[in-house]
Design a protein around this ligand. Structure first.
Ligand code: 0X9
Ligand code: ZN
Length: 296
């Protein structure tokens, strides 16, 4: 195959059905994304855009020989669909689980409180709560299906779950204020994201970097802690996308384009720095001197 052939070859795409989310696998190794709270509409937009970049942008090709990407654009399909049904439903967060109950009949489990690492800390047992943890860890088909797929992938180097809002890059732990063992490296890679986005946005978008617990308050049963603590993913993040609370979950349509392109550039540089390939590799990876798990 010639070099120009390679540039025009579309990556092989495999679809796997994990109940009930759809994981799209492109034929490269080692990165992983998802969006899980229904009302945080910018998350599926970012994930879909990233998927498109990876699949079609020739400028990303220098990363792809050594990387494999997994995307879950909508990890909470019922909740997401519900937010389109009325202006009251627009701010729904959980899935649409029928929790039973004779008096309240409150629906929904918070899918980011349902994973089995320290399940229950900073979460609620009340089905009417926005942060209801469910009857047990992985009680929900969405989380149960996703963890099965994630376990089946094998070693994952970088896990990013997109949420909104806040403009923060959060690393573990969320269930305790203790810092994890590779906190320096987690912080360095997070700063690569935030610096890249700041440059790319002409200084407009400034992310704060920090531990989930210290910055957002203790909350367990979330995907980032599970990926880090149970799967052993060395670089695991929750990225709270823009804005900082002005529009909050109702980010205007006019902000989508900037947000997805800024975020994609940030992710590109994270992966480039980790893999030692691509535009951001030399400048950043050497200085940071990390790459402990990357299997190029
Ligand atoms: O509370 C959450 O689930 C996330 N924030 S949001 O406003 N999008 O709901 C933050 C999760 C951070 N990670 C952990 N606490 N482990
Ligand atoms: Zn969220």
């Amino acid at each position: 195959m010639t070099e120009s052939d390679e540039l025009t070859t579309t990556p092989r795409t495999t679809l796997q059905h994990s109940l009930p989310s759809l994981v799209t696998k492109l034929s490269y190794k080692n990165t992983d994304y998802l969006g899980i709270h229904a009302r945080e509409w910018i998350s599926p937009a970012v994930t879909t855009y990233l998927m498109h970049q990876v699949a079609t942008n020739p400028n990303w090709r220098n990363l792809l020989d050594s990387t494999e990407w997994y995307f879950v654009p909508v990890a909470n399909p019922d909740g997401y669909q519900y937010t389109f049904t009325s202006s009251r439903a627009r701010l729904w967060r959980k899935n649409r689980r029928d929790n039973g109950g004779i008096i309240t009949r409150c629906k929904g489990v918070d899918l980011n409180r349902n994973w089995n690492l320290k399940w229950g800390v900073g979460a609620s047992s009340n089905p009417c709560s926005e942060i209801y943890k469910g009857i047990e860890a992985f009680s929900e088909p969405e989380t149960y299906g996703l963890q099965r797929v994630m376990k089946s992938i094998g070693d994952i180097d970088l896990f990013i779950t997109f949420h909104s809002f806040g403009q923060t890059v959060l690393y573990p732990w969320g269930w305790t204020n203790e810092a994890p063992s590779n906190v320096k490296q987690l912080k360095s890679l997070a700063k690569i994201f935030s610096n890249t986005v700041r440059e790319q946005s002409g200084g407009r978008i400034d992310y704060e970097v920090g531990g989930s617990g210290p910055l957002y308050g203790l909350a367990s049963g979330a995907t980032d802690d599970w990926a880090y603590g149970i799967l052993g993913v060395p670089f695991s993040y929750t990225i709270e996308l823009p804005d900082k609370g002005n529009y909050a979950f109702l980010l205007p349509e006019s902000e989508i384009s900037n947000t997805v392109t800024d975020t994609a550039e940030g992710v590109y540089c994270m992966v480039s720095s980790l893999s030692g390939k691509g535009r951001c590799s030399r400048r950043r990876a050497r200085r940071m001197n990390f790459n402990p798990h990357f299997r190029a």
